[in-house]
Design a protein around this ligand. Structure first.
Ligand code: SF4
Length: 356
């Protein structure tokens, strides 16, 4: 898939944009003053593959926590100060990797120039994150895509006059069509990397579906340098998993197993749902890190075909039996009660063999 080119912007130990991977970002729910809880939250996200973490910095207490968190976390951290440029300046002085401000609300030009100066001196990044929920008053009569665009354009022109280039852009809407339209426009206009997301997507299936459609289309067009999934959920580990599933489905990044499992029907000869759930859980618990495809199929109709295409597979058969496949070959017929353990052992063997 051809990617739109952008400049590269440093973000802690990584770079965003250019030919770098599309990074996965998550945002904390905890107040950073709750240092230990925040650190645990970030560690859960890192376990799920989170590569950039954003913390809301609403007050001075959050700043105090931020410096302690920064000492114990080695993925890039972004301080989200929205409109409070004083907090942004202090976060940058503390050595945070990036500051996120909202062009709709961060209006003090003198303070902005002060923030830019520190960010420039320390070679940090500044994310300009526009949002349909906080459009500047003088753009509120425009349609929302135009308003998002113009609010960013105004701020970018101030930054460019100050010869500032370490910019990451985002413009988020709650609407799928608006989100696609604004990212198309940003990508055609500016050379800066794009952080892509659909804001306030909602809870559960509704949020996951809306986000996947919007991000799927934008990423498929070759646009986007890091992504964030904004779900109403108590733990950002979920948004991290969803983000990875989007990237994996588009074959833009590879991480862990892809499990293909049939929906089951009246032809099924075994419990596909239980085996799939149990296998996923065991892979997580045992920290089995293997890149590949596992197929779990309910019967001999589509089962052997899909299982043969996968790296490893099970197709349930009559009379409590199951066919075990590896790399397109039938290995053996086993009892269904052995299926989970047999698959796990194949995955563990693969992991051992691939160890450097
Ligand atoms: S693989 Fe078999 S059990 Fe599964 S959905 Fe297809 S026909 Fe039904």
């Amino acid at each position: 898939m051809k990617r739109e080119n952008t400049i590269e912007v440093p973000l802690g130990k990584i770079k965003v944009g250019g030919k770098n991977p599309i990074w996965v970002e998550a945002m904390g729910r905890e107040h950073p003053a709750q240092v230990e809880r925040s650190i645990q939250e970030i560690k859960r996200v890192v376990e799920e593959g989170g590569e950039i973490f954003r913390l809301a910095i609403p007050d001075e207490d959050a700043l105090l926590g931020l410096s302690q968190i920064k000492n114990q976390i080695d993925i890039p951290l972004v301080a989200d100060v929205h409109f409070n440029l004083d907090l942004g300046i202090k976060a940058a002085q503390l050595g945070i990797d990036a500051v996120r401000i909202n062009p709709g609300t961060a209006g003090n030009k003198k303070k902005l120039e002060e923030l830019i100066k520190i960010i420039q001196d320390k070679n940090l990044a500044l994310r300009l994150g526009a949002n349909t929920g906080s459009l500047p008053p003088h753009h509120q009569k425009e349609n929302r895509v135009e308003a998002l665009f113009h609010s960013l354009e105004e701020l970018i022109s101030i930054l460019e006059k100050n010869n500032f280039k370490n910019i990451i852009l985002s413009a988020k809407s709650t609407d799928v069509e608006e989100t696609i339209a604004i990212y198309d426009k940003l990508s055609q206009t500016f050379p800066y990397p794009l952080h892509v997301g659909l804001t306030e997507a909602g809870e559960g299936e509704e949020g996951i579906v809306k986000t996947s459609i919007a991000l799927g289309i934008i990423l498929r067009e070759g646009i986007g340098n890091n992504i964030r999934v904004s779900l109403t959920a108590p733990d950002p580990a979920l948004e991290t998993r969803v983000a990875w599933n989007i990237l994996k489905a588009l074959k833009l990044r590879a991480r862990g197993l892809e499990i293909i499992s049939c929906p089951t029907c009246a032809r099924r000869k075994g419990d596909v749902v239980a085996l799939t759930r149990n296998l996923k859980q065991k892979v997580r618990e045992k920290k089995i890190e293997v890149i590949g495809k596992v197929a779990i199929m309910g019967c001999e109709v589509n089962g052997p075909g899909e299982a043969k295409e996968a790296d490893w597979g099970i197709a349930f058969a009559p009379r409590g039996k199951a066919l075990l496949f590896s790399r397109g070959e039938i290995i053996k017929m086993i009892g269904q009660e052995e299926a989970e353990e047999e698959l796990l052992q194949m995955l563990i063997k693969e992991m051992e063999e691939k160890k450097p």
